[in-house]
Design a protein around this ligand. Structure first.
Ligand SMILES: NC(=O)c1ccc[n+]([C@@H]2O[C@H](COP(=O)([O-])OP(=O)(O)OC[C@H]3O[C@@H](n4cnc5c(N)ncnc54)[C@H](OP(=O)(O)O)[C@@H]3O)[C@@H](O)[C@H]2O)c1
Length: 253
């Protein structure tokens, strides 16, 4: 029996279930028989992902269509999802939007949308989920931030600043609820081949999403505090953070 098959089934809530990373993680979870609740905003894509995960062996699949930018509906949505799953072992907060840095520089409403989707909306989900898990002294909140949050760069600092906020939020939340028996994970991917990076220069050199998902599923089982994926990005970002500002500000990054 493989390591994946030997794990006990888990109740997993995926927020942003049609994302490339979520879809691949979902396949691995389905293949070992986990129970899944999927949330995404595109009903067509969501129906296709749900059918695929059911076919691959998930013990239970339910879903809800929701625009996760709508924070007013988070409490109702999360309570419904957890009720449908019959409890919660893992919440995978994976939605995000890269958007257009150029548009965000010219027009603040575009920047505001990016800040909202990548920081405010996940912070709202995590506030409710952390309180739910803390009351029960159980659960893993696996949150996808980004290496882009480690140092602002001219090519994507609006998105990066939201991810920096999300990283700090998860760091603080972990410090608050770890003692309550709740695991909070900060996941920092480097560039990955998904719809988000489609058409970007050099995309062929980015990490394969299947490889990234295999790492994430393993690390989520362990509840590792901070995950760089691929792992080399821990070293790359340490170097980037160490570049003195007087040099960094002149680089085209
Ligand atoms: N790919 C990379 O290189 C990379 C690197 C570092 C971090 N990340 C992060 O990894 C996570 C997964 O991204 P990915 O690479 O898998 O890209 P992706 O395939 O583009 O996934 C992003 C997902 O977020 C969903 N989403 C965005 N706004 C939403 C909203 N308001 N309500 C509901 N769903 C919403 C999108 O839904 P729609 O399909 O409906 O638009 C999409 O399914 C994101 O948080 C991203 O920031 C990605």
């Amino acid at each position: 029996m493989s390591e994946v098959q030997a794990k006990a089934p888990k109740r997993i809530l995926i927020l942003g279930a049609t994302s490339g990373m979520a879809e691949q993680c979902g396949r691995l979870w389905a293949e070992r028989g986990d129970a899944l609740f999927l949330v995404a905003r595109s009903s067509d894509k969501l129906a296709a992902v749900a059918a695929d995960l059911k076919n691959r062996g998930a013990s239970f699949v339910d879903s809800a269509v929701a625009d996760l930018d709508d924070t007013n509906h988070h409490p109702e949505l999360l309570a419904h999802a957890i009720n449908s799953l019959g409890g919660l072992d893992v919440a995978f907060v994976v939605m995000g939007a890269l958007g257009s840095q150029e548009a965000a520089e010219k027009h603040f409403p575009d920047a505001h949308r990016l800040l909202h989707t990548n920081y405010v909306a996940p912070a709202s989900l995590l506030t409710w989920l952390a309180n739910y898990c803390a009351q029960r002294h159980a659960g893993t909140l696996a949150v996808v931030s980004s290496v882009a949050g480690e140092r602002g760069r001219k090519s994507n600092y609006v998105y990066g600043s939201a991810k920096a906020g999300l990283t700090a939020f998860t760091d603080g939340l972990r410090n608050r609820v770890d003692r309550e028996g709740v695991k909070v994970m900060t996941i920092k991917p480097g560039p990955v081949k998904t719809a988000m990076t489609q058409g970007m220069k050099g995309q062929e050199k980015f990490a394969d999403v299947e490889v990234v998902a295999a790492t994430l599923v393993k690390q989520i089982d362990k509840g590792t505090d901070v995950v760089y994926v691929p792992g080399i990005w821990r070293i790359i970002m340490a170097v980037i953070r160490a570049i003195p500002e007087r040099i960094f500000k002149k680089l085209n990054l």
